[in-house]
Design a protein around this ligand. Structure first.
Ligand code: AMP
Length: 520
């Protein structure tokens, strides 16, 4: 069998981990010597560039350099988060014919989020192939625990486009606990707080007798390190105006240089009290001479500026505890994940919110990928006695003839799970029965997410009510929804026709996978 890898497909950065011959997890480093690959694709004039190679595109072609695309995966164009992102992203979002979110790359060329994330995954696959010196075709990929069925399916489609078969989609907080070694210890309850560049995710994970279970998830999709960088830049712009008489507000290149310098200073201030922030060329004099901008920044200044942002970490933490039905005292260990948790003020805020000092994770950016690699080892039988239990993140409901939705699988059902419903013909010789599948718990279709409309076809000729269709609805381990139908009496399998569905069709995914398998 070919090699399998663990992938943390991140919004800002992605990480790939493997299990070494001695059974220990190892994070792979890129050609640039980094353990992280920026989740970036630049559609440059001479062809697409991925990862570090795409970074220059952020300056040169912001409309063609796609970052944070993970946030678009499996999301409807009319989703509130997409409406908000459409206003802030420098590239253009458009609505696909079936209501998904696509990206317009100018001149009528569009790409799907699945394709862009597929390109990032393909880059990670190649990194692993260089490491092993042999093909890699299988992966465990981590996803947020709250991902719905469409987002899970879109992630799997991205993997297929990258030439990878998904062994399992693993929830990020579970992966973090596993990467932290929770499978080796006693029974414990964890609170996992993951603060990255743009998002904050919080989850309560229970580990009991080797059984991992995510009890509750909360978060803020618009809270992260980027917000801290932004307020620092605002202060620097004001400072440059007050102390040097430089107004760079409308100079996009100068602002981007300030942002990079601010981020660098923020990183330094996590381990030292003072940083010297320098932009070699913030502006030019009429003579063409470059004007350098430099300013010392103290940690306490950074903390003062970012305190309104850091305070926003508290409500999701409190809500995660409330949703899981646990008190602060019930939490045994607080795990901090994501680069931003290196910032001391973030650690202090979470300690205050939880009443507990967070555990030290040496590399908070890598622990999720380590968990994914350990899951590969578990699936291959190298680690025994551990079971990762997932619950359905949303309920699944059915409706027929435009009627109300009827819940078939409840939210929080342990997956994999399966449920049955019987549909009946209403007319003589009715050849097909159409039905809609929804994700959500409401009886009102408009309050649920439409996953698809299907028809059981080629029904045998019979009187009304004499043909009974047994519909089987399955949520598999990955949280993906599968359907199959048979005639109840004869047990014969029926063909299900897809009339509408969210995301890409199987044929589109296969075609893209072929295109990328042949691409350089
Ligand atoms: P991640 O998505 O986990 O890679 O996190 C990315 C965020 O972590 C970005 O906002 C980074 O600026 C931030 N970050 C990375 N390293 C540090 C550090 N040493 N101190 C503070 N923030 C950091």
């Amino acid at each position: 069998m070919s090699r399998a890898i663990g992938i943390d497909l991140g919004t800002t950065n992605s990480v790939v981990a493997v299990i070494d011959k001695d059974g220990a997890p190892r994070i792979l480093t890129t050609e640039e010597g980094s353990t992280m690959t920026p989740s970036l694709v630049w559609f440059a004039p001479d062809g697409p560039r991925v990862g570090e190679a795409a970074r220059a595109g952020l300056d040169q072609h912001p409309d063609l350099t796609l970052f944070a695309v993970k946030r678009l995966l499996g999301r409807r164009f009319d989703h509130p988060e997409i409406r908000k992102l459409a206003r802030i992203l420098p590239y253009e979002l458009i609505e696909s014919p079936n209501g998904d979110t696509w990206i317009n790359l100018s001149a009528g060329r569009t790409v799907t989020p699945e394709e862009v994330c597929g390109m990032v995954l393909r880059d990670l696959r190649r990194l692993a192939e260089r490491h092993f010196g042999e093909p890699v075709t299988r992966a465990v990929i981590t996803i947020p625990a709250w991902y719905d069925a469409a987002q899970r399916q879109a992630t799997k489609d991205a993997a297929t486009i990258a030439g990878l078969t998904v062994l399992r989609l693993l929830s990020e907080p579970t992966a973090a606990a596993l990467g932290h070694g929770a499978h080796r210890g006693a029974n414990r309850r964890y609170l996992v707080c993951d603060l990255g560049g743009g998002t904050f995710d919080c989850a309560v994970v229970d580990v009991e007798n080797g059984l991992f279970e995510v009890l509750a998830t909360t978060g803020d999709p618009f809270l992260g390190g980027d917000d801290v960088d932004r307020v620092v830049v605002e202060h620097l712009i004001r400072d440059a105006r007050a102390t040097r008489g430089l107004d760079v507000t409308s100079d996009a290149i100068a602002v981007e240089r300030l942002r990079l310098a601010a981020q660098k200073a923020k990183h330094e201030l996590s381990s030292q009290p003072l940083a010297k922030l320098t932009v070699e060329e913030l502006a030019q004099l009429p003579s063409g001479k470059a004007v350098e901008y430099t300013r010392p920044v103290r940690r306490d200044e950074l903390e003062l500026w970012s305190s309104p942002i850091i305070k926003r970490l508290d409500p999701p933490v409190a809500e995660a505890l409330a949703k899981s039905g646990r008190r602060r005292e019930d939490i045994d260990e607080v795990l901090l994940v994501g680069g931003m948790t290196r910032m001391p003020a973030v650690r202090r805020q979470i300690a205050a919110s939880t009443g507990k000092d967070p555990s030290t994770i040496v590399n908070p950016e890598e622990v999720v990928a380590v968990g994914a690699a350990l899951e590969v080892a578990r699936l291959e039988g190298v680690i025994e006695g551990v079971l990762l239990v997932d619950v359905a993140s949303h309920g699944i409901a059915l409706s027929t003839n435009g009627g109300d939705c009827e819940l078939v699988i409840a939210q929080s059902a342990v997956v994999p799970t399966r449920a049955y419903r019987v549909l009946m013909t209403r007319a003589d010789d009715q050849a097909r029965i159409e039905f809609d599948v929804w994700e959500g718990e409401s009886t009102e279709p408009a309050r649920n997410r439409h996953l698809g409309r299907y028809a059981a076809v080629e029904l045998p000729a019979a009187l009304a009510g004499d043909v009974l269709v047994l519909l089987e609805v399955t949520i598999d381990t990955d949280g993906a929804v599968r359907l199959s139908a048979s005639e109840l009496v004869s047990g014969e399998r029926l063909t299900l026709e897809q009339i509408f569905h969210a995301g890409l069709t199987r044929a589109e995914v296969t075609k893209l996978a072929r295109t990328y398998a042949e691409a350089p």
